[in-house]
Design a binder for this molecule. Structure first.
Ligand SMILES: Nc1ncnc2c1ncn2[C@@H]1O[C@H](COP(=O)(O)OP(=O)(O)OP(=O)(O)O)[C@@H](O)[C@H]1O
Length: 253
């Protein structure tokens, strides 16, 4: 049985198969293989330059690999562009929040919902009661009930990050890619973000890249350590933290 077949049998949602990406001869990803199960939340850690961002770029179609395959539900993503991949159900949240600062929390979520339905529809389209319920539910989920009429620009950094996660949820992605969500957050915001992602992971698959080990610990999920463009170690946070190779290249520095 090939690798691909065995992954399929165990419910793999996303499979990076021996992916290599070179920039001017330098291999940012070097034979990277990784699988994420349907319904799983996976944390990706690794030192600066390990290839984490490049990996996200390859999954979302921003960067094309030199070789290897990236499959989502057995569809080879390397044949599609960013817009098509987003439509297939992969949503990405970049490190810096990109909310519409001069719009309210509610309007940001409404815009995210409309943009999913396409520019032409959104010109004439009115919110249904079900749409309003979805926006209200999402506001509750991201903990911004008391702030829904506030201008996004007036929110704290953490609240903006949660709003952007909410905007991502409005697009109903099956898989969320979340890049360093707690960078710059207070401890209390970090704890709330872990709870939010754990809640989201009950109904979505999630890949989260993060440097903050306390945050990764509180997620309580399988961890993949990247180093020099490939997987160095994988398992629980405790397992990878005790792996001598990880200690040498990353945690022990
Ligand atoms: N467009 C590019 N051109 C040239 N080199 C690049 C390019 N993008 C990334 N690299 C290099 O590829 C390597 C992997 O970069 P990448 O950003 O994926 O790492 P990372 O794990 O996300 O790091 P960090 O934690 O610092 O964000 C780095 O050495 C980086 O300098």
């Amino acid at each position: 049985m090939t690798d691909a077949a065995s992954y399929k049998d165990t419910g793999t949602l996303l499979f990076l198969d021996n992916v290599t990406v070179s920039f001017d001869g330098f291999k940012a990803l070097n034979g990277l293989s990784l699988d994420v199960q349907a319904g799983e939340m996976r944390a990706i850690i690794g030192p600066n330059g390990a290839g984490k961002t490049t990996m996200m770029d390859v999954i979302t179609g921003k960067t094309r690999p030199d070789s290897g395959r990236v499959t989502f539900h057995l569809t080879d993503l390397t044949r599609y562009d960013e817009a098509a991949i987003a439509t297939m159900g992969i949503g990405r949240k970049f490190q810096k929040p990109t909310v519409f600062e001069s719009h309210t929390v509610w309007d940001n979520l409404e815009l995210a919902l409309k943009s999913r339905r396409g520019p032409l529809t959104s010109l004439f389209w009115r919110l249904s009661a079900a749409d309003r319920d979805r926006i209200a539910d999402t506001i509750a989920r991201i903990g911004l009930e008391a702030h829904h009429r506030r201008i996004a620009g007036a929110l704290s950094h953490g609240q903006k990050q949660w709003l952007e996660i909410g905007m991502l949820l409005m697009q109903e992605p099956e898989l969320l890619l979340v890049d360093e969500p707690v960078a710059g957050m207070t401890d209390s915001e970090t704890e709330k973000t872990a709870l939010l992602l754990r809640d989201i992971a009950r109904s979505h698959s999630v890949v989260v890249v993060e440097h903050d080990m306390n945050f990764v610990r509180s997620l309580g999920v399988r961890v993949t350590v990247l180093h020099e463009g490939s997987v160095l170690s994988e398992g629980s946070l405790e397992t990878v933290q005790n792996d001598p190779r990880v200690i040498e290249v990353y945690l022990g520095r």
